[in-house]
Design a binder for this molecule. Structure first.
Ligand code: UDX
Length: 426
């Protein structure tokens, strides 16, 4: 297998056995591949295509001005197409990048046909989306729920089915557009559940004697969400997305909901539900910052320890992280913010310029008016809050991820989770 990238430094590091992003198991996978001579990395795309039977396009499709930017994937298809002129045998091009429905058929196929001088069919064309989560990408790949193979024709579908022969999960053969759309719909469903839970949290915050955790707990026990297996209640995975919090972020959910809405809008197709999903998510930061201000009387001149920066625990990824939006809002409301994250390094996002990054919980909490949890790192519930709170000017915790819900906290701490009515606790 040959990995191709335009970034020379990245290629050099991979060839030296280094994973260029934080992902459990990735480094070992690269090292094993190199040691067994089954993997190499290069910047030379042409020879890599010529020496293989399948090319997988997995370049980025970032969101620009609300629409996905296809320039990278189009550029990669052009280069692969040019290489196909000299391959001299049947070769399958697989689109793994997330692209809006119709892209492979109407944008990439013509590019490949023009640059290769062949018609689709003479080369294979498939869409094979990935459904990997950051932090468990290697495991998700090795043990997938399903493999979706969108295919131009039977011939190329069979090549991919053979490639994935050793995987025992269901393999679904679809049209190119269904495979493209399926990826968006999968992420749109997760985003919808998160916004739904956050809306219910808002309801609970306004209705006396209600708590979102109890309400959603009763919903989760529906047998369609929690199976009964040999007398035991086994929640299905989707329940993990029915938890209120600071909203969804990361490189996929916000981008994919945005791209799907824009794509539908261009075709005059209404997406009322997804519009609301995005709107609910956009308001999370404002709601959390307002709640913090209400608890402290005002944010101006207050010092807040913001706990968490990553868009979710287990990663150092700041892309579209709700924590960054919250940080900016806190600062623009006049608060001094001290930030602590167990993993995220000090450099990177411009939002972190002139922000104090604490290197320990003690440093983060010293003399602050409140601690605000915005990423649900499990470490936070293991901290000794009794002793840490004695360092704070006021022992106030706002938990925008409900991370400490099940942690016993000393009585003197004013603990404010998400989705509990302000008037209903002491
Ligand atoms: C997601 C999909 O899960 C994966 O299938 C797809 O291939 C890529 O996009 P990922 O972006 O790694 O994966 O993150 P995920 O674990 O799904 O979390 C996304 C965001 O939703 C995070 O910001 C997380 O904090 C938030 N989230 C998740 C909630 O706010 N509430 C929840 O109940 C669950």
């Amino acid at each position: 297998m040959t990995l191709v990238d335009v970034d020379r430094e990245r290629i050099r590091r991979i060839n030296e056995g280094e994973a260029t992003l934080q992902e459990p198991g990735l480094q070992e996978l690269i090292r094993d591949g190199l040691a067994q001579d089954r993997l190499r990395a290069t910047t030379e795309l042409g020879p890599a295509v010529m020496g293989s039977d399948v090319s997988i396009l997995s370049v980025g499709t970032p969101l620009r001005k609300g629409r996905i930017d296809l320039s990278f994937v189009r550029g990669a298809a052009e280069e692969v197409g040019r290489a196909l002129r000299t391959v001299g045998r049947y070769h399958v091009v697989v689109v793994k990048s997330t692209v809006v429905p119709g892209t492979t058929q109407t944008v990439l196929r013509p590019v490949l046909e023009e640059t290769s001088g062949m018609r689709a069919g003479a080369f294979g064309l498939c869409v094979n989306p990935e459904f990997l989560r950051e932090g468990s990408a290697v495991r998700d790949f090795m043990d997938p729920d399903r493999i979706v193979i969108g295919a131009w024709d039977d011939r190329c579908a069979l090549v991919l089915e053979r490639l994935y022969e050793s995987f025992s999960c269901p393999k679904l053969r679809t049209s190119l557009a269904e495979a493209e759309l399926g990826k968006y719909v999968s992420n749109a469903l997760l985003a919808t559940l998160i916004s739904f839970s956050n809306e219910i949290a808002g309801l609970c915050e306004g209705l006396p004697d209600t708590d979102v955790e109890t309400v959603m707990g009763s919903v989760h026990l529906d047998r369609r969400l929690t199976a009964l297996h040999e007398g035991l209640h086994v929640p299905v995975g989707i329940c993990a997305y029915l938890r209120a919090g600071a909203g969804f972020g990361g490189s996929c959910l916000p981008k994919d909901v945005g791209a799907l809405r824009a794509h539908a809008r261009e075709r005059g197709i209404p997406t009322r539900l997804l519009d609301a999903v995005a709107q609910v998510n956009r308001h999370r930061a404002e709601i959390i910052v307002r709640l913090t201000g209400q608890l402290l009387g005002s944010l101006r001149g207050r010092t807040i320890a913001q706990l968490g920066l990553a868009f979710k625990p287990g990663t150092d990824d700041l892309r579209d992280s709700p924590a960054i939006t919250i940080l900016k809002r806190l600062r623009s409301s006049g608060a001094d913010v001290r930030v602590y994250d167990p993993v995220v390094p000090s450099s990177g996002d411009p939002a972190l310029r002139r922000v104090v990054l604490a290197s320990s919980p003690e440093e983060a909490l010293e003399g602050v008016d409140a601690a605000l949890i915005v990423t649900d790192w499990p470490q936070f519930s293991e901290w000794d809050w009794g002793s840490l709170s004695s360092r704070m000017r006021q022992p106030v915790i706002i938990d925008a991820r409900n991370t400490l819900r099940r942690t016993r906290l000393p009585d003197h701490i004013l603990y404010r989770p998400i989705g509990r009515c302000l008037g209903s606790d002491g």
